[in-house]
Design a binder for this molecule. Structure first.
Ligand code: SAM
Ligand code: SF4
Length: 324
């Protein structure tokens, strides 16, 4: 079992396979970054897999593939199959914007994938286009239908933004409820890469919109999950709220992140990272395992979103690099 410097068990690895994206979401990547990581600096799937195996052998049992947009990376299904075949009972999922799912959902299912987290911020074509800066909605909705049709489990993530999609919280809740899929509302996390004009909604504001229609009751947090769950009393539907401005989920944070270049990041907020790239390229598994433990020993106690000493709460980490 992997234990970090604060005594927390770490069993969850998020792997970003590319920082590139076919969307330009205002809260994540409003402009194409000055320089993409050159393609030759990306770790191959074989090298990423070498590190994932180290993690699994040490106790990782939950792996999320993310990005940028992970479905942009060629042969993602073969990578999924490698991981699945190594440990078929692993909790393996992809976080995606859904745009390429109409073509790829079946392939991913056949490769052994069971679950997808899909970002859906609006059900109005113009608003979805305003957020992603591209006409995306029809493809994304088709992608969600396709994923469900091929038998993948789906969760929806929405980031509510003031004066943009804040009037669609209830519509998205109903969309998810009608399809019997879980929705999680994520508080906007301030970061220097986002469009500086956008403003997120606090968890309490999101809840008060839902309370304008329903009575809700706290269900509690799934252990180790950042999502706090609520049940709608009138119909029993459960939704989640991810509220990083409170630090209560840092207490039992169980995750670590690997970027497509091989940087191992202990906390989403901070700049600290160590590279495992050389170790995996040289097949030095012992070194990779040493770096993993060293990064965990130095994992910060909590993020700084919402902290008083850092009043604008801005992180310089790019979500499209870390994978969120
Ligand atoms: N492209 C994929 C997608 O959008 O689902 C995967 C990568 S994206 C960085 C992962 C998650 O991070 C998405 O659910 C997205 O909404 C969320 N995200 C990105 N920037 C964020 C921010 N500033 N605050 C809160 N969530 C953010
Ligand atoms: Fe791309 Fe996802 Fe970031 Fe949107 S949130 S720009 S889809 S990486």
């Amino acid at each position: 079992m992997l234990i970090d410097g604060h005594g927390r068990a770490v069993n969850y690895l998020r792997v970003s396979v590319t920082e590139r994206c076919n969307f330009r979401c205002q809260y994540c990547m409003p402009e194409k970054p000055f320089s993409w990581v050159p393609k030759e600096n990306l770790l191959s799937f074989d090298d990423l897999f070498k590190f994932i195996k180290v993690g699994i052998d040490e106790g990782i049992n939950k792996v999320r593939i993310t990005g940028g947009e992970p479905l942009l990376r060629e042969d993602l299904d073969s990578f999924i199959k490698l991981i699945h075949d190594y440990k078929p009972d692993i909790d393996l999922a992809i976080t995606t914007n859904g745009f390429l799912l109409p073509e790829l959902a079946q392939k991913l299912k056949d490769a052994g994938l069971k679950r997808l987290n899909i970002s859906l911020d609006s059900l109005k074509p113009a608003v979805a286009a305003q957020i992603a800066q591209k006409n995306v909605l029809a493809h994304v909705l088709e992608g969600i239908d396709k994923a469900l049709e091929v038998g993948l489990k789906v969760k929806i993530n929405m980031v509510p933004l003031k004066s943009i999609n804040d009037n669609e919280i209830l519509d998205l809740l109903e969309y998810a409820r009608e399809r019997n899929i879980r929705i999680r509302f994520i508080e906007y996390m301030e970061n220097v890469h986002a469009n500086s004009d956008i403003q997120g909604m606090h968890g309490r504001e999101i809840l008060s919109v839902i309370k304008s229609r329903y009575t809700i009751k706290k269900v509690g947090r799934t252990p180790n999950s950042p999502s706090f769950n609520y049940e709608i009393v009138e119909n029993g539907y459960t939704f989640g709220l991810i509220d990083p401005h409170k630090h209560d989920f840092c207490e039992d944070c169980n995750r670590i992140r690997l970027t497509a270049e091989g940087h191992l990041i202990p906390c989403l907020y901070f700049e600290e990272a160590q590279s495992i790239a050389e170790a995996v390229k040289n097949n030095d598994i012992e070194k990779a395992s040493y770096i993993l433990k060293d990064v965990l020993a130095n994992k910060p106690k909590e993020n700084k979103w919402g902290s008083e000493e850092d009043s604008d709460n801005n992180s310089s980490r790019a979500f499209f690099e870390t994978g969120g």
